[in-house]
Write a protein that binds this ligand. Structure first.
Ligand code: GDP
Length: 200
């Protein structure tokens, strides 16, 4: 998929304020500093698109970007800013879990994971929650330029092993670097295919 246009639409402070839309949505989430803003800028080819969203105060909001007038990229708050909100929901914002569990046009969640780190508790808890709620997601390992390919593979295998403790099928996996743009095409093609099958 080529990106022809990417525009900031709106920021929502809670689930009720999310704009009504029938366009398919693809949401991005991860621990703060995982490289989410950088990846969004790389994917959309707009240098500072997601910087808008990381201005102070915006980090706790759900930010919507319209892409090619055909789909919506949703920038969810990083976990690092989240407050614990009850054991069942895990340590991320209540309104993020409301969005994820209730948004009817949500096609897929991109869960970003730092390819340099051993499996992190909060990432595992979050993916477990997604599995329990049957929310479709893929894993995206970020910052692959910072480590050797074998180390990225090790991180992926370690995470998979942990995930198999609470789910049977494993999610699709992507690797990317916002610095080199490696992985950009694969992620966009996945979104393109998902939209095409949604239109059928
Ligand atoms: P966010 O908090 O998840 O939105 O993370 P940012 O996109 O702001 O990135 C956090 C830091 O990691 C910044 O210093 C980025 O320049 C750096 N970073 C993000 N992605 C990459 C990447 O793919 N490669 C490298 N080398 N650095 C990255």
């Amino acid at each position: 998929m080529q990106i022809h246009s990417a525009t900031f639409e709106i920021s929502s402070p809670d689930y009720e304020a999310c704009p009504e839309s029938e366009l398919p949505e693809f949401a991005f989430i991860g621990r703060s500093n995982v490289g989410k803003s950088s990846l969004i800028n790389t994917l959309t080819n707009v240098k500072d698109l997601a910087i808008v969203s990381s201005k102070p105060g915006r980090t706790r909001l759900i930010n919507f970007f319209k892409i090619n007038k055909k789909w919506t990229l949703v920038d969810l708050p990083g976990y690092g800013y989240a407050k614990a909100s009850g054991q069942a929901r895990g340590k991320f914002n209540q309104f993020v879990s409301d969005y994820l569990a209730q948004r009817e046009n949500l096609c897929c969640v991109f869960v970003l994971i730092d390819s340099r780190l051993t499996p992190q508790k909060i990432d595992l808890e979050f993916t477990k929650w997604l599995v329990e709620y049957e929310i479709p997601f893929v894993l995206v390992y970020t910052k692959t330029d910072k480590v050797k390919p074998a180390a990225v593979q090790k991180t992926i295998e370690q995470f998979k092993e942990k995930m198999l403790e609470y789910c049977t099928g494993l999610p699709r996996v992507y690797t990317c670097s916002a610095k080199t743009t490696y992985g950009r095409r694969d992620i966009l093609d996945f979104i393109g295919l998902a939209i095409a099958s949604d239109e059928k």
